[in-house]
Design a protein around this ligand. Structure first.
Ligand code: GLA
Length: 386
């Protein structure tokens, strides 16, 4: 009798533990938005061990690693099957030394290593998903030395997103390894309402395309959920397209500026092995990266829009200054004015620094106005003068 009651008596305790786990994510990771590189935007399914190793090498040589781009993430198509025990198997042709050896290589470069899976039965490219294998996959990834997992939402019809992602969060917690958890259900289940307790970042939109209109659409959608972002929990308007060729340099500068204003994850999505000097200059701008990585962790918002095509976005920073992006969405040059009261600066005057020309513009009273190129932006830091 006692032996039958004993496990029952333990049940509330066990339940209490698992309920507590189920209501929060407390992995102390991604206290600033994650930065790194992901294979999908440029390479799609063409991923391989040599691509990842060469990319890691280039991230060190180009200065990307030292600028903060730390996570090297293989997206879809690295996996081919499961073995007799259900363990996930990497494509032996493209990853001949296996994922553990690749993670070791990436770690040896002072970088972190990430991987992709799917909450459903199959990934978006038809590879095996994690459904029903959550514990096993989390354990496998931890044993391989994975530091970041992106979990997608294809082939998941009928499943409850909150439950499935919480299941993976708990499996990762039980794996014993600190692993950043990236939720990718494209904003289709209102993740801003629940994901801050489940993942470190969550997609807010459909996949980005290497086009000005797509970049702006993701900005507009993500801008609506600013209040929920905080250290450890970030809205994700999707990975960067900088350097992939579909936008002008002005448009790519705006892309990085606006992602920084949104405190968005900065996952480069280009071929870093062959990137041009122009691409490098955009991706590696230390002053814009510093805005993204500011320790206050506030997501900036749209504060002023005299016409729908001329916008002022502002983000409060830890030191009391404001990062401001003046965005010209139109096809002709125009003057955009940042009124200090609208961006949260209440001193009589403030100094303005241009974060792309890396120079002090001067001291201004009440407002700062400048001409902004079509499909372009000006990004400044406004510091109250005392
Ligand atoms: C979905 C995701 C993308 C990428 C692909 C891979 O579309 O949103 O970011 O991971 O799947 O198949």
């Amino acid at each position: 009798m006692i032996s039958r009651i004993w496990p029952l008596a333990l049940l509330p305790v066990l339940l209490g533990v698992s309920l507590a786990r189920r209501t929060t994510l407390d992995n102390r990771l991604a206290l600033t938005p994650p930065m790194g590189w992901n294979s999908w935007n440029h390479f799609g399914c063409n991923v391989s061990e040599s691509l990842i190793e060469e990319t890691a090498d280039s991230m060190v040589a180009s200065g990307m690693r030292d600028a903060g781009y730390r996570y090297v993430v293989i997206d879809d198509c690295w996996q081919v099957s499961r073995d007799a025990k259900g363990t996930i198997v990497a494509d032996p042709v493209h990853f001949p030394h296996g994922i553990k050896a690749l993670a070791d290589y990436v770690h040896g470069k002072g970088l972190k290593f990430g991987i992709y899976t799917d909450a459903g039965t199959k990934t978006c490219q038809g590879r095996p998903g994690s459904y029903g294998h959550e514990e096993q996959d989390a354990r496998t990834y931890a044993a391989w030395g994975v530091d970041y997992v992106k979990e997608d939402w294809c082939n998941a019809s009928g499943l409850d997103a909150r439950k499935q992602y919480a299941r993976f969060r708990d499996a990762l917690a039980r794996s014993g390894r600190p692993i950043v958890f990236s939720i990718c259900e494209w904003g289709s289940n209102q993740p801003w309402e629940w994901a801050p307790k489940v993942g470190n970042l969550w997609r807010t939109t459909d996949d980005i395309e290497d086009k000005w209109t797509s970049m702006l659409a993701n900005l507009d959608q993500t801008g609506q959920h600013a209040t929920v972002a905080r250290p450890g929990a970030w809205n994700d308007p999707d990975m960067l397209e900088i350097g992939n060729g579909g936008m002008t340099d002005d448009e790519y500068r705006a892309h990085l500026s606006l992602w920084a204003i949104m405190a968005a994850p900065l996952m480069a999505g280009n071929d870093v092995r062959t990137m041009s000097a122009a691409t490098k200059a955009v991706l590696l701008n230390p002053e814009v990266i510093a805005v993204d990585q500011d320790s206050l962790g506030a997501q900036g918002i749209l504060v002023w829009e005299p016409t729908p095509e001329l916008q002022v976005w502002a983000k409060p920073l830890r030191d009391g200054s404001r990062a401001v992006a003046l965005l010209n969405r139109s096809s002709k040059p125009d003057t955009i004015t940042a009124y200090f009261s609208r961006i949260g600066i209440h001193t009589d005057s403030a100094s303005v620094r241009d974060l792309w020309s890396h120079s002090e513009v001067g001291k201004f009273k009440g407002k700062y106005a400048t001409v902004v190129r079509p499909h372009g932006s000006v990004m400044v830091r406004v510091t109250p003068a005392h």
